[in-house]
Design a protein around this ligand. Structure first.
Ligand SMILES: [Zn+2]
Ligand SMILES: [Zn+2]
Length: 75
């Protein structure tokens, strides 16, 4: 079980197509970063499972090692 907490207020985010924080009235995207080179990973959706691909390393990264951050959505 992963906890999805708001990076601003630590409130739990609600899934509404995006991650949404009620107190902040702010939507966030979950962005994965490569554990090796810190590059932003590309999310590949295949057969219901999400895979994370690093374009710099040119390989798939295991989800358990990917570092996730919530990024503010501008609109
Ligand atoms: Zn918040
Ligand atoms: Zn990489």
């Amino acid at each position: 079980m992963s906890e999805n907490l708001c990076p601003q207020c630590q409130h739990e985010l609600e899934w509404q197509g995006d991650y949404h924080c009620q107190p902040c009235q702010q939507s966030f995207s979950k962005v994965g970063y490569c554990p090796e080179c810190q590059a932003r990973l590309e999310k590949l959706q295949a057969c219901g499972a999400a895979n994370y691909f690093c374009n710099s390393c040119n390989e798939l990264k295991s989800k358990s090692r990917v570092r996730f951050e919530f990024e503010k959505k501008s609109d």
